[in-house]
Each structure stands twice: as structure tokens, then as C-alpha cells.
Ligand binder design. Sequence first.
Ligand code: 4AD
Ligand code: MG
Length: 466
Amino acid sequence: MALLPTVKQLLAMEPEGQDVTVRGWVRTKRETKQSVFIEINDGSCLSNIQAVVDALLVKEEAVKNTLLRVSTGASVEVHGALVPSPAKGQKAEVSVRTIELIGEAPADRYPLQKKAHSLEFLRELAHLRVRTNTFGAVARVRNAMAFAIHRFFQERGFYYVHTPIITTSDAEGAGAMFQVTTLDLEALAKSGGPVEYDKDFFGKKAYLTVSGQLNVETYCQALSRVYTFGPTFRAENSNTTRHLAEFWMIEPEVAFAGLADNIALATEFIQFLVSTALTDCAEDIAFFDQRIQPGLRESLEKVAQTPFTHMTYTDAIRELETSHAEFEFKPYWGCDLQSEHEKFITEKVVRGPVVVTDYPKEIKAFYMKQNSDGKTVAAMDVLVPRFGEIIGGSEREWRLELLEKRIEELGLAKEAYGWYLDLRRFGSTPHSGFGLGFERLLMFVTGMSNIRDVIPYPRAARQAEF
Ligand code: 4AD
Ligand code: MG
């Protein structure tokens, strides 16, 4: 089947009266004495195309009957001529010759009538909300960013690696994992007996992965530059606007790279993605700028052009301690940075993205390279205004003895990390990587303030509808 031009493609054409077909969903229908104007959207872009049914045609009995049932949300197919539009703000419109109603959307039942609906209300309609301007724009930007991520790495000699979803190791060593089992929990509860994991599907406890990092590190130690991009899962019970139980993460890993290389890559990556959004999604970004986050475009332009500020954790704590700001959690050296602290640093101190490095080892994962001060690790988080952490990464501890010692200190099950330790036993190299939360990136680029609104079907505590 030859695909017909989309609305986006039609709107890019020179209108010369050529024959066109438009298929899509009705956004609005407006009647004047002379004509009926139908705004049709097919999701290919934010703009609708206007279909004009003139008075002569409206008088035809069949057309009149069809038009009665053409309402907001209905799907239609129109044929006609693509002609210059006298209306302002649009170059072309369709002068209709025939109109067919494909699927009705009765006005008394269709929930998305032509008025502004709250994002909360739309969250209850996750299966229909993509038909609104906001969620259509989010979906298109999400697509563009996913594609740009692959382009960024492919153009720089990275290989895309598929890391497993089901795992028996805890990549972050911090719990918060979803267990995967085929054991009959109800029968088990009734029997009161012990759980026999050797009878479980994998013969031992298994989980959904919290990160592809450990697996991608093994490929890094052979292919040098790699990345994984896939879903990850965290059973964090935090009901916040920046946490999901299921989110997508991009994790590059580079052999022979230190912390400074890692910071440079992360910065170039974010700036590339922001620039791509500004050029490839200009219409959608203009919409977010107008309707969701005033000033968005200008702030993105600045991010794309300005080098990121760097700051050590110790300096960040000093800024917080000497700020005299009121914090719910009092900052002190050794504390985990809370989102209020991250917001303060990015919004009040730096006024833009900031790379914070060298965190205390106690608040970071076991695999991070230990600094010679004995207290901190070669970690880097990229923080941004509005919601804080967007990237977390580090140079990895590549020295076998130090890594083994850290695993023991933290009381982690060393046997489970045997294969990971092998990377340090055989041909070990310095290497570094990071994880970018894909939905956090989308919040950053679109200005949307709730992470549940940048993923089609959000999964969070007590929320797995659709
Ligand atoms: O800082 P995190 O936990 O780092 C890792 O998982 C490392 N293994 C990454 C690496 O070095 N390869 O998570 C990385 C990023 C965070 O900065 C954040 O953007 C996002 O993942 N993230 C979440 N996004 C949505 N919901 C959650 N519950 C998230 N937890 C982390
Ligand atoms: Mg983190």
C-alpha cells in the first residue's frame, strides 16, 4: 500500500489546487452561513489541516446528513483540492469535494470535548489523551529524542547493546527491586511452608533490572564504546512527580575513560539532544513554550550553548550551608542531596545545569571508583533546574582488590558478582559511564512538570491501569 501524505506533509506542500486525501480525527467543526469548517488532525504534527465544505455542497442531502454526525473526536476521510488558505496562520486548506465519516464520536459520550482539560483528568484517560495537543506533542518529542539518542551514539562509534530485563543481581546494590517469580504465592501462603527458590522458574531469586550497567560494562570491556537503552524498574515507594516504577534509561559506557571524559560526554549528549529538540521539534517546543512552561525555548537555547558549571559535592554542601535558605532537610557533609537541595543549587546558585562530582562513598553505589582521599568516589550527577537529577554516573572501580573490599564492607553477596569481578581479573581497564533517565530528559525538554505525563502509560505505586 502506498502511504498517503500526512497532514504534516500536506502543510509543507505548495497549494496549487492538487487532489488530496486527508484522513484523521476531527478537532473542531465550525459553521457559518456559507460554509462548514472542519479542523482535522492526524497526529503527524501539532497543526490541524482545515477542510472547508462550501455552501453548495452543504446543501446536498447526503453531505448534510454526514456533517450532522461529524463531531469532535470522529474520524473522517475527505477528498478535495489543496488550495491557498485565506485564513491567517495557515498556508493551505482543503476545499472539500467528498467527505466520509469513518468512526463516530458521539458528543454526549466522547470525553475529550473542545475545552481545556486538566492534566490530572487526562491521566485517567491515558488511552485517549494522546489525541490532545499536549500529549501528541509529548509523543512526538519522545520519538524524536529516542531517535536522536541512537544517532548521537552511532555517529560516535558506540555499539548498542541489549541488556537483560530479568536479572539475579542487584546492579545498584540498593534494593527496591521487583521480584520475578512463577511460584504460586497463594498456595505458598496456605501451606505456610518455606519458600523453595530452587523450585522457582530460574532456580533462584530473580528480579526486574534496576539498571543495565553491570551487563553493559562487560561489553564495554570488549567493544570499547557501548550503550544500552531500555526499560528499567524500581519498586521505590516514592510518590513524587519525578519517579516512576518503570522508566527508560540510556547508559553509555566507555573503556579507558576517566571522570573528566565522562562529564564531557554527558554534557555533549545533553546539549546535542536539546539542540535536536529545538530544530527537529520546533513546532512542538513552541507549543510547550506558550502553553506549558513560558520561557522554555529560551532556556533550552541557553543550555545548548553554555558550558555546564562544575562543582564538587563538598562545594555544593558549602553553598547550601552558607545560604541561610530554609530547607526541610538540613544539609550537612555526608547527606544525600535532597531534591530541594538540587533545586536550590541549580535554580538559585548556578541558574542552569550543574555537574556535581566526588560524592561521599557512603551515599553512592559500590562500583564507583574510590578517590585517594578515602572518603569520596569519582561520581558525577548532572542536575537541572525544576527537578534536579537527570544523570547519575561515575568512573568505575576497576582495581580488583578495592572493589572486592567495598563489596565486603557493604555486606553485598560477593558470589553474585563473580562475573563482574572477572572483568577486573582479566584485562581490566579504567572505564566510565552514566545513566540518563529518559523521562527526566523529556520533562527537561518539554517543560512538563509531572513525569507521569511524559510516558504513555505511567507505572507507579498503586498505578498500573491500562
Ligand atoms: O542515578 P541512577 O540510579 O544511576 C544508575 O542506575 C547507574 N547504573 C547509571 C550508570 O552509571 N550507568 O539512575 C540514573 C538516572 C537518574 O539520574 C534519573 O535520571 C533516572 O535514572 N532515574 C529515574 N527516572 C524515573 N524514575 C525513577 N524511579 C528513577 N530512578 C532513576
Ligand atoms: Mg542517582
